[in-house]
Design a protein around this ligand. Structure first.
Ligand SMILES: [Zn+2]
Length: 626
């Protein structure tokens, strides 16, 4: 990692926050974690695509590590990465989650400070704009908008919950409202405004003036005019963009739906509509309802299905699929892949299949979208169709059957239609099962076709399961690493032979033995142990040691797994094993040296070496009896 690391040091604010933060709870807000051991939790890594969990969080050590992509760190590193913010922002975000008042942030560079300031400012502008749109909806000018929303079955409560607002016809009111909060550059960057460049001011930059000409202040006007405005929120519920639905009936007023452009706080491909309101229910119910439009989403939510999100009519991105996977991998897709956004729906489904989601398809009667269905038929009827949702592959097979005749030729076509879908599945076992299912349901009795189907379905290379690298360590190394990194966790007091109370600390014993005898030389963990010894000597935090990726993985594999409790006997055994190993190495070296000395007829050296060999032999005999 070439990045500069920011750490929490005793005495500073970050340190105080870190001590109070429960990393399992905070990461648990983003990743579905399962208890994997006494202190250890695991889940699917949010930072790389994976099917088997290799992401671990250690409760006592307040640390996470992914054995798949190697990312690791403390609660701040996590929040920093997942929210894509700087260290100081992450500290403040965690403090906020804990309800601790944060002092002013400190940044690593002016650039970083500027970016953070911009993001903060843009969030403030969006919050102010959202409040203002909400106000406008209540004004006389908002009458038509209110009427439209009533017509869609939305009551005041729903309007307030989704913070739906109204953008009036005038393009300047919002600008005047937001002007006191930010300078013109920030207003432009917010994506809330459009402007027309004045051509006479352009193109004169080079000639005389050193300072750039100020853009004319009157040029900005609101992008959203005469529209119902739906805020789009990030995962934590902060408004980051808007969708505006036009109330005009003519063509001149632009598209029916208008979205905010990409800004420093809004990236369309990483956001899912309503996730902030749905995530608790998704986690609790362990499935997601996916609809296409925002109105669909709002209606289904109001009908009591709080685990609903909207794709907003575009194809899913990998980032979105991964975002969702953090909450559940079961999804009911409630849009007809045959209709309007067919291509986008098809791509979304393909992606979800390859990301190993368990998919069901909910098909509504002809002419109904989820919004209309819920309003006309009611929540109970929706519950019934939800329960009847078909497995995706059953749905596909039925589609194939409807499309192609049951002739030999038709069956070949059906198989060809289904194969690409089957091949997207990453598990070979599942692909085999699907192929068998297809053969049976399509009543394929041609052995050749059945063979071909199974062959092609099976051919895709399966994904490798990530194995923790711990296997490379000997038992003794593992025990010493565990002892070294235990701090005073494992220390205990006992009475010595003179009846005096003594403290035995495995960490200290491992430290002194390894430092003085260098028993770890030549071991797989040599570099790692050296780094830890150095850190202990300097009193540095083991969790933030600069290590190579493989050494970090090694350390984490020891720390993240539950082993039998470390006793003094185990530690002595491990030290003994390493001593014997060292002695055996020394003995082998001595044999070589003696042979060489004999060849050189250097008899004094031979005598000296032989004496040493006897000492080593004695030590070895002794070591073996201990
Ligand atoms: Zn990972």
């Amino acid at each position: 990692m070439g990045q500069t690391r920011s750490v929490a040091n005793p005495g500073d604010f970050a340190y105080t926050v870190k001590q109070q933060a429960d990393i399992v709870r905070i990461i648990g807000e983003y990743v579905k974690l399962r208890k994997a051991g006494a202190q250890n939790y695991s889940g699917l890594c949010p930072f790389h695509g994976e099917k088997t969990p290799s992401f671990s969080v250690h409760a006592a050590r307040q640390f996470f590590h992914c054995f798949g992509c190697g990312v690791s760190g403390d609660v701040f590193t996590f929040v920093q990465k997942i929210e894509n913010i700087t260290f100081p922002e992450a500290v403040r975000a965690v403090a906020q989650k804990l309800g601790i008042a944060a002092p002013k942030a400190q940044f690593n560079s002016p650039q970083e400070a500027r970016e953070a300031r911009t993001r903060g400012l843009l969030l403030d502008l969006h919050e102010a704009a959202c409040l203002w749109f909400q106000e406008q909806l209540k004004r006389p000018e908002g009458a038509a908008a209110r009427e439209y929303l009533r017509g869609r079955g939305l009551d005041d409560e729903a309007i307030a919950r989704f913070r739906i607002g109204f953008a009036p016809e005038s393009g300047f009111l919002l600008r005047d409202k937001l002007k006191p909060l930010a300078d013109e550059d920030a207003l432009r960057e917010s994506g809330l405004f459009s402007w027309k460049e004045r051509e006479d001011r352009a193109a004169v930059a080079g000639a005389t003036s050193a300072a750039p000409a100020q853009p004319p202040p009157a040029a900005l006007y609101s992008k959203f005019r005469n529209r119902i405005v739906f805020p789009i929120c990030n995962e934590s519920g902060k408004v980051i963009a808007f969708t505006g639905r036009t109330l005009a009936t003519d063509d001149k007023s632009g598209p029916k739906y208008l979205n905010s452009p990409e800004t420093p706080i809004y990236s369309k491909s990483r956001v899912l509509f309503n996730l902030h309101l749905a995530k608790e229910a998704i986690r609790r119910l362990d499935y997601i309802i996916l609809v296409e439009g925002q109105m669909d989403c709002i209606s289904v939510f109001n009908a009591g299905y709080h685990n609903v999100i909207a794709s907003s009519g575009t194809a899913f991105t990998e980032a979105q699929a991964r975002l969702l996977a953090r909450f559940s991998k079961k999804i009911v897709v409630n849009f007809d892949p045959d209709t309007a956004g067919a291509a986008a729906a098809e791509r979304s489904l393909a992606l979800l299949v390859s990301e190993d989601f368990e998919i069901r398809i909910l098909t509504l009667e002809q002419g109904y979208d989820p919004d209309l269905f819920v309003r006309r038929k009611g929540p109970e009827a929706y519950k019934a169709v939800l329960q009847g949702a078909q497995k995706y592959f059953t749905y596909l097979i039925e589609r194939a059957q409807a499309q192609f005749p049951r002739t030999a030729e038709g069956k070949v076509k059906a198989v060809n239609y289904l194969l690409p879908h089957i091949q997207r599945v990453s598990s070979r076992i599942v692909r085999d099962e699907l192929a068998a299912d297809v053969s049976q349901r399509l009543q394929i009795d041609s052995a050749v076709l059945r063979q071909e189907l199974r062959h092609v379905a099976g051919a895709r290379t399966s994904t490798k399961i990530v194995q923790p690298p711990e296997a490379a360590l000997t038992e003794a190394e593992r025990i010493l690493l565990q002892a070294l990194s235990s701090g005073s966790e494992l220390a205990f007091t006992f009475d010595d032979d003179n009846g005096e109370q003594q403290v035995y600390n495995p960490s200290e014993q491992a430290y002194y033995t390894l430092s003085s005898e260098q028993l770890h030389k030549g071991l797989r963990a040599e570099a790692l142990i050296d780094a830890i010894l150095k850190a202990l000597a300097e009193g540095a935090d083991l969790m933030t040691l600069p290590l190579s990726d493989s050494d970090r993985a090694l350390l984490m594999s020891v720390l993240m797994q539950d082993h039998e409790p470390l006793t003094a006997e185990l530690l002595h055994g491990a030290i003994g094993a390493l001593r014997r190993r060292q002695l055996e190495h020394r003995r082998r070296d001595l044999r070589g040296q003696i042979a060489e000395a004999e060849r050189n007829q250097d008899y004094p050296a031979v005598a000296r070496l032989q004496q040493e060999q006897q000492e080593v032999d004695r030590a070895l005999r002794h070591a073996k009896t201990v």
